[in-house]
Design a protein around this ligand. Structure first.
Ligand code: PMT
Length: 397
């Protein structure tokens, strides 16, 4: 039995030159055991014929929302209900924009709206279009709604340009669809993640904090959710959108984050401490705004409790993964944190540059445990998040 045996896949083919590869995608899905029905958009039909897709899928190709015969039985609803997964490959910039805007302007976008099954899209377009803010914003919106993106490849394009935007290989696309149905080591596992910055009040209007946006933690949460885990988020101050299928607890100070983690840690399999927690809080925060004066002002700070360290010392401790945000002696400091906090692994990131670490969309990390260290080169936080969760699964589950 193959991974897609008895699985019904609706393949949407939209207007990109890469549509000529869609019969091969049908074949690769069938190789994994799937039954495939194809929706061909008007744009897609400019690049591939209905007949080729009908011959390979062995099913009538649907292309018209206003097909009187099909719509007698509410064709778009019927297709949406039939599908165990929806795949759009290639997904053109226009189709991606329609999905992000929630449009129901053709059969494909209507089926997507009418369906609650897992959806994957494989973008394919010119590299300049792919990297444009509009397309990237639309893709980010779709990711937030739980749609999985099969990243395009980098290389020579049909138009002669070189860059990212070439449709992923058919084998890879079929494999990604298969993986959605495969239970991973993370399936059903409970994961608690802290993220964002804590805020320590000085007085009612001023505070101590840091630059954490929560993006790295949220990317890890997305990767856990994708892999089937049940995620609880303990969020400090964040400036990123929040993964929906998760339990969310909002806190402000390091002390509140500490209490919240301890209240929720009991039945967790994995604890990931990605939050940038203040190491100090103000000893006596004032109840009223401190008045300006010409004299030097001294604020007394006291150390906060170390959440990660204390979780690592629990008798029934979960798998504990910490982060080390460093600006100098990177490896030495990270290794000291691994040892002193007693965690299973520590993820080192350099927070001295502006294009990595805090706030940025990209990061570069070293995954360090007792036995080895793995360098993960500069990449989007989303991709690094997936890779980190893969490593945690392989090493500790
Ligand atoms: O949020 P982004 O803008 O995407 O940026 C991501 C990030 C840079 C914040 C993230 O990748 C990161 O490095 N997070 C950890 C930041 C930090 O506080 O590092 P640290 O080296 O000071 O702390 C070491 C570890 O102990 C961390 O796992 C931290 O969560 C934990 N800690 C620290 C202090 C404390 N009182 N309790 C803790 O649990």
């Amino acid at each position: 039995m193959s991974i897609l045996t008895n699985k019904c896949i609706v393949l949407g083919v939209s207007g990109s030159i890469a549509a000529y590869k869609s019969p091969d995608i049908v074949r690769r899905l069938q190789d994994l055991g799937a039954e495939v029905r194809v929706i061909l958009t008007q744009g897609g039909a400019k690049f591939i014929t209905e007949l080729s897709l009908q011959a390979t899928s062995k099913n009538k190709v649907q292309n018209n929302l206003w097909d009187k015969e099909a719509e007698l039985s509410m064709g778009h609803i019927e297709l949406a209900k039939w599908a165990d997964a929806l795949l759009i490959a290639p997904a053109s910039a226009n189709t991606i924009a329609n999905l992000a805007a929630g449009k129901a302007c053709d059969l494909l976008s209507s089926v997507i709206l009418a369906s609650d099954c897992p959806t994957l899209i494989a973008p394919a377009m010119n590299q300049q279009m792919y990297t444009s803010n509009s397309v990237q914003d639309n893709l980010a919106t779709l990711v937030q709604r739980g749609i999985q993106i099969i990243d395009p490849e980098n290389g020579v394009q049909a138009c002669g340009d070189i860059g990212e935007g070439r449709l992923a290989e058919s084998d890879e696309i079929a494999k990604q669809v298969g993986l959605m149905f495969q239970s991973t080591k993370m399936s059903g596992k409970k994961v608690l993640i802290t993220l964002g910055a804590t805020i320590e009040a000085i007085d009612p209007v001023r505070y101590l904090s840091n630059h954490s946006s929560g993006k790295m933690g949220m990317a890890l949460a997305d990767a856990c959710i994708e892999a089937g885990a049940q995620v609880t988020l303990i969020l400090g101050d964040v400036s990123t959108s929040i993964s929906k299928p998760s339990k969310q607890i909002f806190v402000t100070s390091a002390e509140q984050m500490y209490r919240s983690v301890m209240e929720n840690i009991n039945d967790q399999t994995i604890f990931i401490a990605c939050a940038a927690v203040s190491d100090y809080s103000v000893k006596n925060p004032k109840n009223h705004k401190i008045k300006k004066s010409d004299k030097t002002l001294t604020i007394e700070l006291v150390p906060t409790k170390d959440i990660l360290k204390d979780v690592c010392q629990l008798p029934q401790k979960p798998i504990c993964i910490g982060f080390a945000a460093e600006t100098q002696n990177l490896l030495e400091n990270a290794n000291n944190k691994l040892k002193n906090k007693g965690c299973d692994a520590i993820i080192l990131n350099d927070v001295s540059c502006t294009d990595l670490g805090f706030k940025s969309d990209e990061n570069e990390v070293v995954f360090i445990d007792q036995k080895s260290s793995i360098k993960l080169a500069k990449n989007s936080k989303q991709k690094l998040g997936r890779k980190i969760i893969e490593i945690i699964s392989e090493k500790f589950l």
